[in-house]
Design a protein around this ligand. Structure first.
Ligand code: PGA
Length: 256
């Protein structure tokens, strides 16, 4: 059975005192989270330490990005091995990392080839890549949406061996739905999730496809999470804006 996941991508939001308040508020609400749903938060990197050390509850923690290189003279970058070095059995750990979020693709010109190297770094360090893919509105309107997603998958993650691909989570995030308030309809999202799962089955096998969690992202919020998550191939969400308030984040986790 694949995991149900609700992941919060904080992007470049929240100040230190707000993070402390958030962690405390989430603790009050945590008992409302269904047991079979995993919560993950992707904070700015300076808050990773607070998120693994402070909460008294189970929380998956992930970085928003990592370097494509091992180590060395790469000012401002964080390596996958640094993220992995925080592993400690008594605490929450950094287990995840986003790769290829559309904002990284757009503002930092990150292309599939570079992203595949980041994926490799994470796999080598036993971290789970959450590989983001999604088409722009122009690509959708031009009927190129399936080709775009297939290319992103082929060039970003399908080089992995079967064993290594099992560690990957996919996030389908149509670019036109991110931060816009316009959500993909449940039919549009399901159609693409099904397509992605089929591509995984074609590349690897049915069993791996069935076990891969595929999250939806793009203006997902408490009012629409349920209809999205009730689709057969949607295993949860990668939530931006609506994850910045613990209450709506937990409400989304209750939406399966
Ligand atoms: P949004 O962002 O929920 O604010 O649309 C989602 C994301 O970019 O991961």
């Amino acid at each position: 059975m694949r995991k149900k996941i609700v992941a919060g991508n904080w992007k470049m939001n929240l100040l230190e005192n707000e993070v402390i308040d958030y962690i405390q508020e989430l603790e009050q609400l945590y008992s409302f989270k269904p047991d079979d749903v995993e919560l993950i938060i992707f904070p700015s990197s300076i808050y990773l330490d607070s998120l693994i050390n402070l909460p008294n509850y189970d929380l998956g923690v992930g970085a928003q990005d990592c370097s494509a290189n091992d180590n060395g003279a790469f000012t401002g970058e964080i390596s996958a091995s640094m993220l992995a070095s925080f592993k400690d059995e008594d605490k929450n750990e950094i287990n995840y990392c986003l790769v290829g979020h559309s904002e990284r693709r757009k503002y930092h010109n990150e292309a599939n080839e570079l992203l595949s190297k980041k994926v490799n770094q994470l796999i080598q360090n036993d971290l789970t890549p959450v590989y983001c893919c999604g088409e722009t509105i122009e690509e959708r309107n031009d009927g190129e949406l399936f080709d775009v997603i297939e290319k992103q998958l082929k060039e970003g993650v399908f080089h992995l061996s079967m064993e290594n691909f099992k560690k990957v989570i996919i996030a389908y995030e149509p670019v036109w739905a991110i931060g816009t308030g316009v959500t993909a309809t449940k039919e549009q999202a399901q159609e693409m999730h099904q397509f992605i799962r089929q591509k995984i089955a074609d590349k690897y096998n049915e069993e791996i496809a069935e076990n891969t969690s595929i999250l939806y992202g793009g203006s997902c919020k408490p009012s629409n999470a349920n209809e999205l998550f009730s689709q057969p191939d949607i295993d949860g969400g990668l939530i931006g804006g609506a994850s910045l308030k613990p209450e709506s984040f937990i409400q989304i986790a209750q939406s399966f």
